[in-house]
Design a protein around this ligand. Sequence first.
Ligand code: GLN
Length: 342
Amino acid sequence: MSIGNLEALANDIAAAASPFRGYLNDLRQKYQPLQDGAVADYIPELALADPNDFGLCVATKAGQIFEAGDCDVLFTIQSISKAFIFGLALEDHGREYVLSKVGVEPTGEAFNSIVLDEATNRPYNPMVNAGAIATADLIEGANSAERLKRVLEMFRRYTGRELDINMPVFLSEKATGNRNRAMAYLMLNFGMVSEKIEETLDLYFQQCSLMVNARDLALMSATLANGGVNPVSGERALAETYVQDVISVMLTCGMYDASGEWCYRVGLPAKSGVGGGITATAPGKLGIGTYSPLLDAKGNSLRGIRVCEALSRDFGLHLFNAAPAVHDLEAWLQGGDDAARW
Ligand code: GLN
């Protein structure tokens, strides 16, 4: 057995023994009864999601994985893809050019609002639909197949597995996404995006239709927390220099018009999607992935919000936290004293 395998085995044993697993199960039980909110139905296929599904996963910088609930259920990544596509666009073109095409300013408006910064001739940020479409426009590739292949390859590096497109969701969104199409053509009118707009819209709908589970989302954020290197596979998913770009836009814009409130309460860079997923990163520490398709009025997963609030509070994960945490994360992960008391 190689040293790498031995380390992985040691991590697995530590993860199995850690009280963290029980803690996550308790969170799941506590928030499972929440029935407020609704499954998204503006993309008809999304209305088929099971409102009872609920999974939460934490992946640490050391590659330990803790799961509770439905962490194998696949759902579409939706807007969560936007943060990672922004990273790929930065790798393709560099910071200066990307920022000439899309800003980093929160809109305070809904994710699908039709607002553009006409003063700078850019959509406001890569996390709202307009900005995400302009960002998808920047993804390099000789043709549509090659561009999609590069996107799939990028997500494989973050998650450690090949993701598939949910074809019914893709077709459903392509057939009904007239608002996004209108936005794209408005941006074309202003010269904010290139002429290959239909191809880019397809790429955008495809990136949103990729199927992930809560574990994938935890690993994606753990990769960001680990400076762009997937902590399980050791593979680099994003150039180190752009990790902070992606994470900071997640913090300011990742939860749409709830981003300010989220920053105040949870204080972790995060991204949500109308499929019911949330990914959140605690830089230098861990990634969180949650799945529950019941959404609040702003399109964020209700149970997912509660889970992230609890984890942030109990382990002092808020970026600006300066007070002692309720539980010592490191001790828990290693099964130390604090763990024994629990
Ligand atoms: N594909 C969705 C849309 O364009 C993504 C929105 C979201 O997850 N908030 O409407």
